[in-house]
Design a protein around this ligand. Sequence first.
Ligand code: OAD
Length: 349
Amino acid sequence: MRNAEEWTTLLSIGTEGGTIELKGAERYDGWWDFRLRTDESSEGVTYHTAQGAKEDGLKLLDGIAWMSLYPLYVSPEAAGAVEKKVLHHKYRNESSFMAWLEACYPEAERKAALLANWLLTAERTVLFTGAGMSTESNLPDFRSKEGWWRRVDPRTVATPEAMNQDYPLFKDFYAARMASLEAAVPHAGYYVISSWESRGMVQAVATQNVDGLHRKAGSQRVYELHGRLQAVRCSRCDEEAGEADFRKGRPCQICGGKLRPGVVLFGEILPEKDWDEALLAVQKADLVVTIGTSLEVYPANQLPLMSKGRSVYINADYSGTASDFDLVLEGRAGEVLQEVDRLLKSVQL
Ligand code: OAD
């Protein structure tokens, strides 16, 4: 028998009738004795005992829906095992779940932890990215202070009329963007996304970006809604052509037409297959995570609205558009994704 003072309180949970208390005592050999006290039953206090490794104590709680009760105390010794349960718990808006999240994670980590929980418990997750996903790979976005459209009027370079009326300006603009792509490599956030896909947590990525970085980082199912910069083709006969020819201002070798980058210009329709498949994926998803886009460009900006599932917005600047989302994480995409990934890895089963 152990003295009362040898037992440490590992976890204490409030119930309508009183408390559930899990205590533990470490043995000399590193294993633990556990004792669970419940005063739920009409017969009064009940004790259950067990032995095992430090994290095994929670097994005494199997059969009790303790996530729908409220935490009173989570000890540092139990925190790791409790976090594992919390992040894997498929919750349906019970307020007690938020109390568990608060008990386990400091405020600065709580939103990332909630997203980690949603990622772990969703059936189908789709990510939807914009130019803000690539600024940490040193590619400017369009509408931020350093963005392309603050320096160049899109009407002069991003429409079919612009291509026809001032081809040299049109060509120089996209040739400069192609040149900046040469040195661009996916940042760590891109690799987080591709690893989530290979771990079965993400079903697809729909992107407005034309830089090809998702594929470069290993993402497999990528819908490129605005095309791909380097997929040069003839504006007249549609034949594929080389990027080098476009950058040098050469005409199409087949018909002599003007070469153009494989991006969607304003006023053009989106690549049908990519759009249809992205739409279907979003409609089937129960979680859509939108990352680094101002949501200003139609029709891609409609995509997050097409899902009945949970919606998340990750952006460096919190803006009014975010009010449509269930959860908003303000921060740089790469940093937020790495933070969520760290939490996911900390609770790997
Ligand atoms: P925008 O430039 O409109 O928006 C980028 C968003 O990302 C802004 O809200 C930024 O605050 C945010 N952002 C910047 N850096 C970030 C970071 N490191 N982490 C998180 N967020 C960050 O770009 P898009 O919404 O992608 O179309 O623009 C949509 C389309 O407009 C583009 O695909 C392009 C452009 O015209 C075509 O080229 C067809």
